[in-house]
Design a protein around this ligand. Structure first.
Ligand code: ADP
Ligand code: MG
Length: 702
């Protein structure tokens, strides 16, 4: 396997090696220039590339190609065209032109646009992103050549997740190169954001999944009592992987490797039935495309194993939900990681400057990071009962915090704490040098050795927006830094002062303690850090004046793009909650309540039958149960009526912001009020009459 693996890896990708092999030298060189330096691509080059791509794809069985893009739904979209072209003799030839490679014209009116497009103005374009390689996908539809593309409107506004991400990468590149020039790094031509997203997910049995309308329609359980066992024993995290899951992971890895996705780490997560996959980091754009592929392939492979893969942030109440840890750093084309402190961070001034820049960016724009991680599912995690909190702070660890304190207090950092030697007290186990800093699991934005880990991102969401925001806010601070230092008379002195000033002004964002503690909420409030508890409260930041100034300055979003995105988010929230509410209504009305009524009849029949058999028999158990159940039944019916009424009212509201706020304030509590009696009934009613699989069935029987 391991030898075959080196051949298998990337075998379905039109990658660099394939291009070297298949493209004329001149074409390859021209394309490379576009990929690496962003130079314009000559149409004649595209023609040759398209032809080579087509031959390569057809040799591997492809019949169709598609422009693969990422509309604001957060998932990918595609429209397939076959390569066939009729000839005059009634036959066909297989063709694929440079024009077809570069540009596609899907109807844009059925994708969310947040008011950027009226339905009658349907034109939208997809444009080839040659920085992310084309790949083949094989499924029941056959083999399809997938071409990563950006998606925009007739007037050039971005309608997708990729375009702003690419723009933000250019912004951070420009500003970081400017700063590096001041340090004398003239050889650096490019700085890229590197990203490694860790993906959490749940696996449940497909047959059981199909019996739960809530999982099918909303991706999460809307009802369900806690089973006798949850995650309290900590026996699932890193536990040995069950055979059925292991065989799933094995196939998942192979499928991802073929697509050039560097699936590296896999393990069981904290909650039962929860797992994680992490790839090796890549350039932000490719990492984002790959993460979309990871989610897609996870679902597809699950089906083949009669499993369902749940990517929702909170599929089960009462056990941990899923997130995505977005590991982020800046890397030069000369191979230097700008967030690598080295062994002695105190005298690595360049590192300290970039560190200070990130701290300032996160402090100034915590609201934007928060909204970049907001989706309806994440409302159950951030600021609810689960990690990470909705307050954004940065964990630096003991070593860096000490360096920063020295700098702020004395104006100079003279030493760096080291980890020291770790000995476990057993002769035969070799000692080793510890890391200088322990980890912290509760921080939403943690420095982890040579990168930052943004841990708020939602598990089902594209990582594009989170990285677009990160790149832009850091670019903005770097641009201010470059402005100031470029005009400094004495660079060394100005640099030193700037680092000290920046750290002093923004040290309030640093927090190394327990982010789950109530005390932190109070402390954060004293420090003036925002605590934005829900998606509807987070969204307005995206279209605020501050955001417009920031994103327009760096040409990442226009004001109208920002407003449209805020609108799309409000809409997405309202739609998601509407679906959840309607699913709850139908499950309660068609499944739970009838099942409970049936059971009350069984109890009543039992009482009558027992009494008929033995006149003075004690039927207090049945009678007591019947009473208790009947009370809950009445409660459930009332809550059902209330939820129906309030959902109907929500649907009557036209303005989308107002509507989504109403869903949050009125519909979600009504949903909770219906869930409570049904969950209470679940533990009173006999299992064989309960109409759907329980948490115990779903979480422990894979
Ligand atoms: P953990 O769960 O301990 O945080 P993992 O190994 O699961 O760590 O994931 C760490 C992720 O960070 C991986 O995807 C890894 O490739 C990525 N990573 C490592 N170095 C960098 C870097 N310089 N820039 C971006 N991501 C990085
Ligand atoms: Mg991890």
């Amino acid at each position: 396997m391991s030898e075959k693996l080196t051949e298998l890896f990337g075998s379905d990708v039109f990658n660099d090696a394939t291009m070297v092999e298949r493209l004329p030298k001149k074409t390859y060189a021209a394309l490379k220039k576009t990929i690496e330096n962003g130079e314009d691509l000559d149409p004649s080059v595209a023609e040759v590339v398209a032809n080579a791509m087509k031959d390569w794809a057809i040799e591997r069985g492809a019949t169709h190609y598609t422009h693969w893009f990422q509309p604001m739904t957060g998932i990918t979209a595609e429209k397939h065209d076959s390569f066939i072209n009729p000839t005059s003799d009634g036959k066909i030839i297989m063709e694929f032109s440079g024009k077809e490679l570069i540009k596609g014209e899907p109807d844009a009116s059925s994708f969310p646009s947040g008011g950027l497009r009226a339905t009658f103005e349907a034109r939208g374009y997809t444009a080839w992103d040659c920085t992310s390689p084309a790949f083949l996908r094989e499924d029941a539809a056959g083999v399809t050549l997938c071409i990563p593309t950006a998606f925009c409107s007739y007037t050039g506004e971005a309608l997708d997740m990729k375009t702003p991400l690419l723009r933000s990468m250019e912004a951070v590149n420009t500003q970081a190169v400017r700063v590096l020039k001041l340090f004398g790094h003239d050889k650096v031509k490019k700085v890229s954001a590197s990203v490694g997203p860790e993906q959490e997910y749940f696996l449940v049995d497909k047959a059981k999944y199909l019996k739960r309308d809530d999982l099918i329609f909303s991706g999460r359980t809307l009802f369900g009592a806690m089973p006798p066992k949850g995650q309290e024993l900590d026996d699932h995290y890193f536990g040995s992987i069950k055979e059925r899951v292991a065989s799933y992971m094995k196939e998942l890895n192979v499928e991802l490797w073929k697509l050039g996705v560097t699936a590296k780490t896999q393990h069981n997560e904290v909650a039962p039935a929860q797992h994680e996959l992490a790839p090796i980091y890549a350039t932000a754009n490719i990492a984002t495309d790959h993460n979309q592929l990871v989610m897609e392939v996870m679902k597809k492979v699950a089906n083949r194993h009669s499993l369902a893969c749940l990517l929702h942030e909170k599929p089960f109440a009462g056990v941990n939900g899923s997130g995505k840890h977005d590991n982020w750093s800046l890397v030069t084309d000369t191979g230097k990681n700008l967030l690598d402190p080295g062994k002695t961070p105190h005298d690595n001034v360049q590192f300290l400057l970039f560190l200070a820049a990130v701290l300032k960016a996160v402090d100034l724009h915590a609201d934007l990071l928060r909204v970049s991680a907001a989706n309806p599912g994440n409302d159950h995690r951030l600021g609810a009962n689960e990690a990470p909190p909705a307050i954004i702070s940065v964990f630096l660890g003991e070593q860096l915090e000490d360096v920063i304190t020295q700098l702020i207090e004395t104006g100079e950092a003279k030493s760096s704490k080291t980890g020291g030697k770790l000995s476990v007290g057993v002769q035969t186990i070799p000692g080793f040098m510890k890391d200088a800093t322990d980890r912290n699991r509760t921080s939403p934005f943690a420095f982890t050795g040579n990168k930052f880990e943004f841990r708020m991102v939602a598990s089902s969401m594209s990582i594009a927006t989170a990285n677009t925001v990160l790149n832009t806010i850091v670019a903005d601070v770097l641009s201010d830094i470059a402005d100031e230092l470029e005009k400094a008379e004495n660079f060394e002195v100005a640099l030193h002062d700037l680092i000290k000033k920046t750290l002093t002004e923004h040290k309030r964002i640093v927090f190394n303690g327990n982010g789950y503690a109530e005390a932190w909420v109070e402390e954060a409030e004293k420090r003036g850090l925002p605590n934005i508890k829900s998606m509807v409260e987070a969204i307005p930041a995206f279209a605020s004046e501050k955001a417009v100034t920031l994103f327009e300055k760096h040409k990442v979003f226009t004001a109208s793009e920002l407003h449209s995105r805020a609108e799309v988010m409000f809409e997405a929230y309202a739609k998601a909650i509407n679906i959840e509410a309607k699913t709850m209504i139908s499950m309660a009305a068609a499944k739970y309540i009838p099942a409970v009524i049936k059971y009350t009849k069984e109890l009543a029949d039992s009482i009558n039958a027992v009494k008929a058999a033995v006149a003075d028999a004690d039927v207090s158990v049945q009678a007591g149960l019947l009473k208790e159940i009947s009370v809950l039944l009445v409660e459930a019916q009332a809550a059902l009526k209330k939820l129906q009424a309030v959902t109907a009212k929500a649907n009557d509201i036209e303005e989308v912001e107002e509507q989504s706020k109403f869903f949050k304030s009125d519909v979600t509590p009504a949903m909770a009020a219906l869930r409570a009696p049904i969950d209470a009934l679940e533990v009173l009613v006999a299992k064989d009459v309960w109409p759907v699989p329980t948490y115990g069935d779903l979480l422990f029987e894979v």
